[in-house]
Design a protein around this ligand. Structure first.
Ligand code: G1P
Length: 288
């Protein structure tokens, strides 16, 4: 499931009529990267949690037969393939979150769709570079030993207050830790570590009951972090896969712009031209 009901206030006015999830990241919407990541990990059923004014997100993953016919008539096969691709990635479903009561509440909106099986939650603000996939490892770990699996990333201490933060113990595997506690957006001095939860989770269906038992937390919202902390206290095993790859935070304008530059530079077609131009541009800027 992909929670995408938010108002994206940090991007206003750009996000007033266009969902932030559809903002382009080089040559496709941010949300397409997330669905592609899920599809590459073998997930064939994707549930988007949407909100008011955001149905164009679902349209992006639908066929556009009129456009396809035009491109076909012109013989523009590359664009035709690009237009068809979103609809071929997975079976896309959507459900509305009627009120913005927090990430935990958004996850609860997936209950009817998910049923009893474990499922993955992918947050759109975190882009994971397709060259460094983490989800397959997380799914394997959850399938092998149950419980919850989260993706963790070491960040500078002055950033921990923006995230869910984990207390951990090492395991024999250098890339996997046992999570002994989780706290949402702690002040730096209260953070148990500088390992933050990146927006990738593999959860058992028991999370729904835990969310129902979770009172509003940080920001007055029902937090997924708090529901997972409750499950830790109930003895449910929670493991963290420590991510060492490339991750881009598109949740605020500065990070979004940096992501555009980074991914444009590594794009197979336009990358070389953009890199050359960027070097020249920066040299000019430095000269003043
Ligand atoms: C959410 C989660 C937080 C997590 C973060 C990752 O926060 O609540 O625990 O670390 O995503 O991006 P948000 O960015 O919605 O404030």
């Amino acid at each position: 499931m992909i929670p995408a009901a938010g108002l994206a206030t940090r991007f206003l006015p750009a996000s007033k009529a266009v969902p932030k999830e559809l903002f382009p990241v080089v040559d496709k919407p941010a949300l397409q990267y997330i669905v592609e990541e899920a599809a590459s990990a073998g997930i064939s059923d994707v549930l988007l949690i949407t909100g008011r004014g955001k149905s164009s997100m679902v349209d992006h993953f639908d066929r556009r037969l009129d456009l396809e016919a035009q491109l076909e008539a012109k013989g523009d096969h590359d664009r035709l393939e690009a237009v068809r691709r979103p609809a071929e990635l997975a079976s896309i479903h959507s459900s509305r979150q009627p009120e913005m009561l927090g990430l935990g509440h958004a996850v609860l909106c997936a209950e009817d769709h998910v049923g009893d099986s474990p499922f993955a939650v992918l947050l759109g603000d975190d882009l994971i570079d397709e060259r460094d996939p983490a989800l397959p490892r997380m799914l394997d770990l959850q399938a092998a030993s149950g419980g919850i699996v989260v993706l963790l990333l070491e960040v500078p201490w002055d950033e921990v207050h923006k995230y869910g933060v984990a207390s951990v113990e090492e395991t024999q595997d250098p890339d996997v830790v046992r999570v002994t506690g989780l706290v949402e957006k702690p002040p730096r001095e209260e953070a148990p570590s500088n390992l933050i939860v990146v927006g990738r989770y593999v959860l058992p269906a028991a999370i729904f009951d835990a969310i129902r038992k979770t009172p509003p937390g940080s920001g007055g919202e029902i937090q997924l972090t708090d529901a997972m902390a409750l499950m830790i206290n109930e003895g449910v095993p929670v493991r963290g896969v420590v991510f060492r790859g490339r991750r881009y935070d598109t949740g605020q304008p500065e990070g979004y712009l940096k992501t555009l530059v980074q991914l444009a530079c590594s794009h197979p077609d336009i990358g070389p031209v953009i890199r050359e131009w960027l070097v020249e541009y920066v040299e000019q800027e430095l000269k003043g």
